[in-house]
Design a protein around this ligand. Structure first.
Ligand code: SF4
Ligand code: SF4
Length: 409
């Protein structure tokens, strides 16, 4: 493990603020034990996950807490076969506070943890030199000598620098941590940047991995928990190294554009477009960037396979992309490429749509109805074929059967 400075001795180890009277590790171990004896699969029974928050809105934490496949609870209680119990150290959901909270991080820094650890970073990393004397943009814990009664707050970015070399894996969650996101948008008064930009292209974890990136603003919680579980199975030696793309994104989650899996893609293909929010058709002309954005939210859903941008009427603003937000604004305008692609779809669609409607009319009839003029329905709908329908469908059916007829002979 690389150490750039000495981890200081602990001054206070009280459980201030811990109303549960039990540490996170003790709680997770006790809950896992209640589930009965575990068959040990792999090298490790536990793994620590240190969740650091930089320039963030906490939306990534909320998204992950809503994950269902797998859920955070199943990771914390070791109920996934082969996956070690996760000792999560997260400022918002932690049982301990104060120095008791900080001590495992310091142990990890000193190389004294008895289990491997993973870093998760939420939010972008600020240039703390811009914060001014005695101030900070985002920090966790305090130590040493400084202007605040002899102690100083430790920037989250500094913790990332300390813990990253010894981490089994370093995961950036959300677009702020993966690409800089909104804090790094035009203006960027804090010098905000991504974890990859902060640690540099040469960074490798103790397992030899560059930063793993799970973007989204906020990300799909399942994308995160599924990737963590896959990495932990690899760490255990019971699973393959998950496949990542050139930007460190899980390839199986971010390999497709959101457009290819969108439930409105059929409207795009037929050249019918929404004119305003609330319309059911493709949203590209009211500002959707889906055709060029790597994201799986329309197929995965936002939470528990429900919701997700176009599924609920929203446009794609490219929130998973490194160019977000500056390269996607203004959000209310159609992407410039829409003029070309939308016009092509309209032209093709204007020809294809009537033909499909004709075939659909025919396929909405039982064969026996073709022998009478009206279907025996009391609902009032008449789908009697027109003369043109009969000619076209007659030709259509001859083509449909031509090959099979030849084979039958
Ligand atoms: S709404 Fe967006 S993602 Fe969906 S089909 Fe239209 S352009 Fe593609
Ligand atoms: S569809 Fe677009 S806006 Fe919605 S989560 Fe995916 S990238 Fe973000």
């Amino acid at each position: 493990m690389v150490m750039t400075e000495q981890a200081p001795a602990i001054r206070h180890m009280s459980q201030v603020g811990n109303v549960a009277g039990i540490s996170q590790e003790e709680w997770a171990t006790a809950v896992a034990a209640k589930a009965g004896p575990r068959t040990r699969i792999g090298a490790f029974e536990q793994v620590h996950v240190f969740w650091l928050a930089g320039m963030s809105c906490d939306g990534c934490s909320i998204a992950v807490l809503g994950a269902t496949a797998p859920s955070v609870e199943s990771l914390l209680t070791g109920s996934l076969p082969g996956v070690p119990i996760v000792f999560l150290h997260h400022t918002a959901v932690q049982l301990e506070a104060g120095e008791a909270y900080m001590e495992p991080m310091r142990k990890a820094w000193r190389g004294e943890l008895e289990a491997p650890y993973v870093i998760v970073y939420e939010g972008s990393l600020a240039d703390e030199s811009l914060a001014g004397t005695g101030g900070y943009w985002s920090a966790v814990g305090e130590e040493g000598d400084g202007p605040m009664e002899g102690r100083r707050q430790i920037p989250s970015a500094e913790w990332a620098r300390r813990l990253a070399p010894g981490a089994a894996a370093t995961i950036a969650i959300g677009t702020c941590a993966t690409w800089g996101g909104i804090p790094a948008a035009f203006g960027n008064v804090t010098g905000a940047m991504s974890l990859t930009d902060f640690l540099g292209a040469d960074y490798r974890s103790a397992l030899g991995l560059p930063v793993v990136n799970i973007p989204g603003c906020s990300p799909v919680g399942d994308n995160f928990t599924e990737t963590v579980a896959a990495i932990l199975l690899f760490l255990q030696g019971v699973g393959p190294l998950p496949e990542f793309d050139d930007l460190g994104r899980p390839a199986w989650l971010f390999g497709e554009t959101v457009h290819r899996q969108c439930n409105r893609a059929g409207y795009y293909e037929e050249g019918t477009f929404a004119e305003e929010y609330g319309d059911k058709e493709c949203l590209v002309e009211v500002g959707c960037w889906g055709p060029v954005v790597n994201c799986n939210i329309t197929s995965r859903g936002a939470i528990n396979h429900v919701g997700g941008c176009m599924n609920v009427g929203g446009i794609c603003i490219g929130c998973t992309m490194p160019g977000f937000p500056d390269k996607f604004t203004p959000f209310y305008k159609a992407p410039p490429g829409t003029v070309l692609s939308g016009t092509s779809s309209r032209l093709v669609g204007s020809f294809i749509r009537p033909l499909r409607r004709m075939t659909q009319r025919d396929r909405n009839r039982e064969v026996r109805w073709d022998r009478s003029s009206e279907p025996p329905t009391g609902w009032g709908a008449s789908n009697a074929p027109t003369f043109v329908d009969k000619i076209v469908q007659g030709a259509y059916d001859r083509i449909r059967h031509s090959d099979t007829a030849a084979k039958d002979r």
